[in-house]
Design a protein around this ligand. Structure first.
Ligand SMILES: [Fe+2]
Ligand SMILES: [Fe+2]
Length: 148
């Protein structure tokens, strides 16, 4: 059965493909696809995965660092949402977001998943995977992009 790590890695790869695409087409449409992938991913990680890790005192710093990186990505994304695709800082902002996400994913797949596998059983990792998929089904964007 799929574990939470399998699913998260698959989504990281999908987002990485979308970044390749947005660097080619520079379009707001592709950027919004990235947002639509990232929002439920980060929210689901925080609610179902990080929350489990936080139960271990020794992982609390690692988790709060990861959440800070999510917040940084959200903040760059909201700057981008307030821009038009032709704006002079558009491309550099997209690169900034990509770098921020690349860095976070590297830490997550390296350090976070490795430490998580030591404290979460395989069975639990499969349960979290199921909860995560359910969560994503019910996830609603808090603020529609059109309201920005
Ligand atoms: Fe992730
Ligand atoms: Fe994350």
């Amino acid at each position: 059965m799929e574990s939470i790590y399998d699913i998260l890695i698959k989504e990281h790869n999908m987002v990485s493909d979308l970044f390749q695409q947005v660097l080619r087409d520079n379009s707001r449409e592709t950027l919004l696809k990235i947002k639509a992938a990232l929002d439920p991913h980060m929210a689901g990680e925080e609610k179902l995965f990080y929350s489990e890790l936080e139960k271990k005192e020794e992982l609390s710093e690692l988790v709060s660092h990861a959440v800070e990186e999510h917040d940084e990505a959200r903040s760059i994304m909201s700057e981008l949402e307030s821009m038009k695709e032709g704006d002079k800082n558009w491309t550099s902002k997209i690169k900034e977001l990509k770098e921020s996400i690349d860095h976070h994913v590297e830490e997550e797949e390296g350090e976070v998943f490795e430490k998580a596998q030591k404290v979460i059983s395989q069975k639990k990792a499969e349960e979290i995977a199921q909860q995560y998929l359910e969560f994503k089904k019910s996830f609603k964007q808090e603020t529609p992009a059109s309201m920005h």
